[in-house]
Design a protein around this ligand. Structure first.
Ligand SMILES: [Zn+2]
Ligand SMILES: [Zn+2]
Length: 347
């Protein structure tokens, strides 16, 4: 089968993935499923993997490369292990990004992302920038009738990550309060729709790219800002003292230290994008009672909920499609923000 493989890390991103013919995977454990990839979303984590940001965590022995990235996968079941009962070949599925064990205590609490034995196809083992990849039965969710893998693939990670943050935020928001979304890319545009579906709050969307701001307006953002030098004051003016919730989908390039300054007294920030370092004087934390927290991907059940919102037409993924052969163009376009929403690779 064809796969796009990473051979080198490079902080400057001057590397290309190599399109190669590799062995098609086979079932090696009773709970495994092989998925024929219908589409795989391109993620900022993929850029960070190439840059070497994940090297220590994912490749501590330096023996991983070459390998196949791609962790936002949807497609059709191709083959199943002997213990698999809930899906059969031909079923259309979206794949939760983590192969969880189902046995450990966090798994039994439904906290998939805390699984003590989780495996992450696309991060440290072969993923979906290929014609086929392997995951397990616990990770797959059958798609409803008429839902195409292509239309939902990035929801496997970008989607649930945004949805989880929006769901947590919605518990703190009521009509009359405001949430700020920093970065209206692949995640931000899903968070915006999710907040609108879950909460009666107002939403301020901030992005430097005019096309992203236009998308935010289309999706129902109440106020759209361009993230200029006065953006903190603008948010304070529009909200009368700051937002109840600020969700940061950038988390680097200086944005990480704008986020908490936009929160009102007693407000909450959710850091979702990463790469930078948050620096907050303790006096500001205390005087304003700001809560600063992270939000990590999402649970299987959250992906199920998101697929329900998608089936009802309330949350849709905006994407730009590329063939597997065009993956290096897609990576470059992504890095240079040449498309709005998500880039999707179709093998
Ligand atoms: Zn991702
Ligand atoms: Zn587990």
């Amino acid at each position: 089968m064809k796969a796009a493989r990473l051979y080198d890390y490079d902080p400057d991103m001057n590397v290309s993935l190599r399109i190669e013919n590799v062995q098609t995977p086979t079932i090696k454990a009773p709970d495994e499923v092989i998925v024929k990839v219908g589409a795989a979303g391109l993620c900022r984590t993929d850029l960070h993997i190439i840059e070497g940001v994940w090297r220590e965590i994912m490749d501590p022995d330096g023996a991983l490369l070459p390998y196949t990235m791609g962790h936002e996968n949807a497609g059709w079941i191709e083959d199943v292990g002997s213990a698999v009962k809930s899906v059969k070949p031909g079923d259309a599925v979206i794949c939760h990004p983590l192969r969880t064990c189902g046995i450990c205590l966090p798994c039994r609490y439904g906290e998939d992302m805390y699984c003590e034995h989780g495996l992450f196809p696309g991060l440290g083992l072969d993923g979906g920038f290929a014609e086929y990849f392997v995951t397990n039965e616990r990770s797959v969710i059958k798609l409803g009738d008429g839902i195409r893998p292509l239309d939902v693939a990035p929801m496997a990670d970008a989607g649930i990550t945004a949805y989880r943050a929006a769901k947590r935020a919605s518990k703190l928001l009521h009509p009359g309060t405001t949430a700020v979304i920093l970065g209206v890319g692949g995640l931000g545009h899903i968070a915006l729709q999710s907040l609108k579906a879950l909460s009666g709050c107002r939403v301020i969307a901030i992005d430097r790219e005019p096309a992203a701001r236009a998308l935010a307006k289309d999706l129902g953002a109440d106020i759209v800002l361009d993230g200029g030098p006065t953006v903190i004051e603008e948010v304070h003016d529009h909200t009368g003292g700051g937002a109840q919730v600020v969700i940061d989908f950038v988390g680097e390039l200086g944005v990480e230290n704008i986020t908490w300054r936009m929160a009102r007294k007693g407000g909450q920030t959710f850091v979702v994008g990463y790469g930078g370092t948050v620096q907050v004087p303790t006096l500001d934390l205390v005087v304003n009672e700001i809560n600063i927290g992270g939000s990590l991907v999402g649970n299987y059940t959250e992906l199920v909920e998101l697929m329900e919102l998608n089936a009802d037409g309330k949350v849709k993924m905006h994407y730009e499609q590329y063939g597997l052969d065009e993956i290096n163009t897609a990576l470059s376009d992504f890095k240079n923000r040449k498309f709005v929403g998500r880039g999707v690779i179709v093998p």
